[in-house]
Every structure is written in structure tokens, then in C-alpha cells.
Design a protein around this ligand. Structure first.
Ligand SMILES: C[S@@+](CC[C@H](N)C(=O)[O-])C[C@H]1O[C@@H](n2cnc3c(N)ncnc32)[C@H](O)[C@@H]1O
Length: 390
């Protein structure tokens, strides 16, 4: 592909991303993959260049841009190579018209910027929310290996590596052998908020594909029971093969029927030493990876997340034994989903108390701890540890 054709492809993909973000369609990553699935002529360098243009344009636009071309013109104002690609060649974009409108530059939709500031995030912490994320892997102590890939040690004393961006992790021997798992440093840190010991009974209520479940299994040295639940079959189905690769043998998965979680967990009520609630959320802390997510969110969607979080937190609390721990995590920096959610829980659940976790990064926020990209170099998270009455 010529440089101009790459920019034209990026414009077309950003048009699809805009459409998907406003109609609840697929994520940008999926759209990029689908675009190339039908264009076999594009080589790996073409794909990487197009993807880079797509993400660079998305990162620049806080509000939903009027079109892919308007977003790419904003990028062209900052990147001479992109500007030069508007040359009117056969597969390239038409030349830039005099006074042709650009998308507005910004960090996030105005209402979200305001909500983040109101949630105590300093203004200077906003730009790093949409900067490119590093590629972090956790080293799995259950699968020691001599073939770890080259990378920087992770910050905050974590057992992991920061790999060169663009590394195809799934092709590495260490990955195939289960010695490493892709997991952001922040995600590794917040998982540590749940105290676990070999032999414990632990429930990971929103386990998804098991990123945090596998880390818990390793910390439990494969002794005890780890019940991993989720309402999403496709995500939960990924867990058993991942656990097998990682050598985690104590996981039992349970697919929950939305609205019937309590009944489906009746046998687990009041017996767990610890419950992890890594709740579904708006993902404002993960815009570095999914920058178009800020175009998807609106007040109604946020309110639905808040309602679901409240419900999963209450479900999780019912499973904890007297004196046991409930850890609540969201990858969001909005207080409505983090500090505010925990304050509501404590007022609705007399006898429960918060005990701030001692973590290697982050700072106290409300009754928990918050991590953010600017100050911790991780995705953004809020985490709280809640103790059940004895
Ligand atoms: C933040 S993700 C979990 C990520 C996962 N713990 C990890 O570390 O990779 C939140 C998960 O909550 C699940 N979920 C949504 N509603 C739920 C419910 N009512 N009960 C249990 N899980 C739910 C979603 O399907 C999603 O997989």
C-alpha cells in the first residue's frame, strides 16, 4: 500500500469506529482486524501503519468527530507525513480543501472531563489517560522458565516485564509455556488487595477471561478453591484453557444467569474467605487501550454500570464468611463507580468496614486506593477492601 492508501484506509476505519461507538457496535480493535480480513494484499507493515494512524486520530479527538476524514485532518495538522498523503492519488484521500473543517481536538467529551475533575483527578493527569499504553506481562511463578523475553522490569517491584510495544506475545515460547501472561501493571497491583493464602476458598465473581483469577491461583500456590464466575459465556470459556496453560489447577468456573446470580451461588453463601468483585465499569481508566471508549459513554450508560456494580457488590458480600474480605475493583476513575459506590455499600451494609489495602502504588482515595496513568504509569483503577462483620 502507498502511504496515501494507508491514510485512506485509516479514514475509512475511523468512520466505522465512529459509527460503532455511537450505535453500540464493535470495538476499534475488532474493526481494524475485520477491515484487513478482506484485504489480503495489505502486508504487516501496512497494517501496523494504518492501525497507528487510526489510533493516533482517535486519541486526538475528545468528542466524537464528525467524520474519519475530519479526524485524520486533525492528525495531518500535527504530522507532515500524514498531511502529504492527502495527494489525490488513485487510492489516497482527496487533497485538503481550503478551510476544510477539522475535528475538534480534546481529551474527552466535556461532561466526562468535568466528572473526572470532580472526582478529584488533577487536570494535568488527564492527558496521560489517552496516551499509548505499555505492554506489560506478569511472570507466572507456577511455570518457571529460562526463556523469558527481553524487557524492562515492571515498576513497583512487580514480578513482570514491560515489553517493546508491538511485540506479538502469543508467538513467544514463554507465553506458549504459560510462563507469562499479558496483564497491565495496575491490574496486577489491584489484585494484590485481596489477601489470599494456600488453602483458602476464594470467589472471583466477575472473572471474565481470568486475568486476575490466574494471578490469585499462583498466589494460592494451587491450594484451596477458586470459584471463577461471570455472566458472559464467551469470556468465561477462555478461562479453562488459559488456566491449563498457566498451570492453575484449582479453578472451577460457573456461568451465571443475569438476574439469578444469588440463586446460582446459594451453595457458596457465607463461606468464602475472600471475594473479588472486579466489576463491569465505564473503563475510564483504560482509555489508553480503548480511546474510542470515551465516545461510547453517556450518562444513561454510566448509570447502568453504577446499578450493576451495586448489585454485584451486594451479591459478592453475601458470599463472604464472617470476618472475610471483599475486594471491589473498577478500572474507572469516576467516583460514581469507585469511592461513591463503596460509600453507598458501607451505608447499606451495617457492620462492614473498609480497611485500605497496602499496595505498592496508588494513593488513598475515599475509602480505598486509586491508581492513575500520570502518577503510577498504569491503567487507572479504584480498589477498596471491605471486611465483613465477625
Ligand atoms: C472488568 S471485567 C472483568 C475482568 C477480569 N476480572 C480480568 O481480570 O480479566 C468485568 C466482568 O464482569 C462481568 N459481569 C457483568 N455483570 C456481571 C454479573 N451480574 N455477575 C458477574 N459478572 C458480571 C462481565 O461479563 C465482565 O467479564
Amino acid at each position: 500500500m502507498t502511504p496515501a492508501a494507508r491514510v485512506q484506509a485509516a479514514i475509512e476505519i475511523v468512520d466505522q469506529v465512529i459509527d460503532a461507538a455511537t450505535t453500540g457496535g464493535a470495538a476499534a480493535d475488532t474493526l481494524v482486524q475485520r477491515y484487513f480480513a478482506t484485504r489480503r494484499y495489505a502486508g504487516s507493515k501496512d497494517r501496523r501503519a494504518v492501525r497507528d494512524h487510526v489510533y493516533a486520530a482517535i486519541r486526538l479527538c475528545g468528542e466524537v468527530p464528525p467524520s474519519g476524514r475530519a479526524a485524520m485532518l486533525l492528525l495531518a495538522d500535527r504530522d507532515v507525513a500524514v498531511a502529504a498523503a492527502f495527494d489525490g492519488s488513485t487510492h489516497g484521500p482527496a487533497p485538503i480543501g481550503a478551510d476544510e473543517p477539522r475535528a475538534a481536538p480534546g481529551l474527552a467529551p466535556a461532561w466526562l472531563e468535568a466528572a473526572l475533575i470532580e472526582s478529584g483527578l488533577p487536570r494535568e493527569a488527564l492527558p496521560p489517560l489517552v496516551e499509548r499504553a505499555p505492554l506489560d506481562v506478569r511472570i507466572n511463578p507456577l511455570r518457571p522458565t529460562a526463556t523469558l523475553p527481553e524487557g524492562e522490569p515492571l515498576p513497583h517491584g512487580l514480578q513482570g516485564l514491560r515489553l517493546a510495544s508491538g511485540t506479538r506475545v502469543e508467538t513467544l515460547d514463554a507465553y506458549r509455556d504459560g510462563a507469562i501472561e499479558v496483564q497491565d501493571a495496575g491490574s496486577q497491583i489491584v489484585g494484590l488487595a485481596l489477601p489470599v493464602s494456600p488453602g483458602d476458598r476464594i470467589v472471583d465473581l466477575c472473572a471474565g477471561a481470568g486475568g486476575k483469577t490466574l494471578a490469585l491461583g499462583a498466589r494460592m500456590a494451587n491450594k484451596g478453591l477458586l470459584l471463577a464466575c461471570d455472566t458472559d459465556r464467551a469470556r468465561l470459556q477462555q478461562l479453562p484453557p488459559r488456566a491449563e496453560r498457566a498451570g492453575v489447577t484449582i479453578v472451577e468456573t460457573r456461568l451465571l444467569n443475569p438476574g439469578h446470580e444469588r440463586a446460582m451461588l446459594a451453595d457458596a453463601v457465607g463461606v468464602a474467605d475472600g471475594v473479588l468483585v472486579d466489576a463491569p465499569c465505564s473503563g475510564t481508566g483504560t482509555w489508553r487501550r480503548n480511546p474510542e471508549a470515551r465516545w461510547r459513554l453517556d450518562a444513561a450508560r454510566l448509570a447502568r454500570f453504577v446499578a450493576t456494580q451495586r448489585q454485584v457488590l451486594a451479591t459478592g458480600a453475601a458470599l463472604v464468611r464472617p470476618g472475610g474480605s471483599l475486594v471491589y475493583i473498577v478500572c474507572s476513575l469516576l467516583d460514581a463507580e469507585g469511592a461513591g459506590q463503596v460509600a453507598s455499600f458501607l451505608s447499606d451494609h451495617p457492620g462492614w468496614r473498609a480497611e485500605p489495602p497496602d499496595l505498592p502504588a496508588g494513593r488513598p482515595h475515599g475509602q480505598g486506593v486509586r491508581l492513575d496513568p500520570a502518577r503510577d504509569g498504569t491503567d487507572g483503577f479504584f480498589v477498596a477492601r471491605l471486611l465483613a462483620p465477625c
